[in-house]
Design a protein around this ligand. Sequence first.
Ligand code: CMC
Length: 397
Amino acid sequence: MSLTVDKGLGNTIAADTKLSYIDGSKGVLEYVGYDIDSLARNSTFEETTWLLWNGTLPTQNELAGFTKELQSQFDVDPRMLDVVRAIPRTAAPMDALRTLVSALAHFDREADDPSPAANRRKSLRLVAKTASLVALFDRHRKGKALVAPDSTLSLAGNFLWMLTGAKPTEAMTRALDVCLVLHADHGLNASTFAARVTIATQSDLYSAATTAVGTLKGPLHGGANQEVMEMLLDIGDLSKVDQYITSKLARKERIMGFGHRVYKAYDPRATYLKTFAKQVAADTGNLPLYEMTRRIEEIVLAQPNIIEKGIFPNVDFYSATTYYSLGLDLDLFTCMFAASRMAGWTGHCIEQLAANKLIRPHADYTGPHGLTYLPMAQRTGCAGAACSCATALSGVA
Ligand code: CMC
């Protein structure tokens, strides 16, 4: 068997998928053949989820039925509210969400039913409830009364309702919905890969979703949107952008919200979001923040070699100001990414199971060989760094 070394797996195809297609050099993203830009402009999260799961756009009746099914699942088992309340108020929302997504399994009698029909029903529950859980936890941590879902609203609208206890405007709902559409799927990104690895062991959908939430949390993946906003608030004012960004670049620090493992052209999710974010910022009195993002983009793209390296703004760069304009706390940004990507994670898991193969790559062992096992009594005289056992251990680390 000949093995190829590909750290980071950037040159490896590890699965087939019909959900989304990315051409990183041209800056193309399609969900089931539909360009992301046209979906962001015309579709809704409900319709996009249907598309990802069924491979076609729904008819009016299909969409109405699917929307109703989702709405009927916004609510969580009353015992889940106890789980929400048991989480310390100081917990980071992504950590709370990881626990809550996992806990959903305990109140789902079908949790371990691997049949395609049960997996489909569980996917629907996971997508419908994830945003609700984020809102419930946020209210809990702020000591506010929990808000019951409104099953007449869209998923985006219901989230804003459960978060604030006020009916959102159409513009607010639309702004969040656009972000949900843009984040719903993205090839074999790290969290989707993690979900597929988990489900490929024939584990259950809740375990796969929990794995995915934990993977998304990292700042190199879903956590970047929060860091973009922290950077903007840290800069504070348009007049300080140039100095802040140029000195960051001089220190060889990364600018959050730029760069992508796959896109070496403009991230197509950022194209529409860039104009859309401006409108949302203008409507909510946050235009100065948006102007800062535009200036950051100008400075970064003017750096020598940056375009050759394929560093452009990614989806997180412009979603950050959109979420902020909607009044979301910074540490909820990545949770919204999770609420949307749940559609992709579950769709990929079902796809993986339809032609399953255990995902099990190799590691290149770089440690020592042939050491002699020392009984405990003989190890007490260890002489620290000079000792042969310390040398052996440093090789393992
Ligand atoms: N700012 C400045 N330089 C960068 C950046 C950045 N954000 N990202 C990459 N580079 C440079 C990097 O320093 C390296 O330069 P050199 O070749 O001179 O050493 C070169 O570009 C290649 O970097 P890399 O780390 O090998 O590229 P990667 O494909 O492994 O990393 C990435 C992709 C997303 C981890 C990286 O671009 C990054 O850390 N970006 C900031 C975090 C971020 O915005 N993440 C969100 C990604 S979009 C949401 C999602 O889909 O998950």
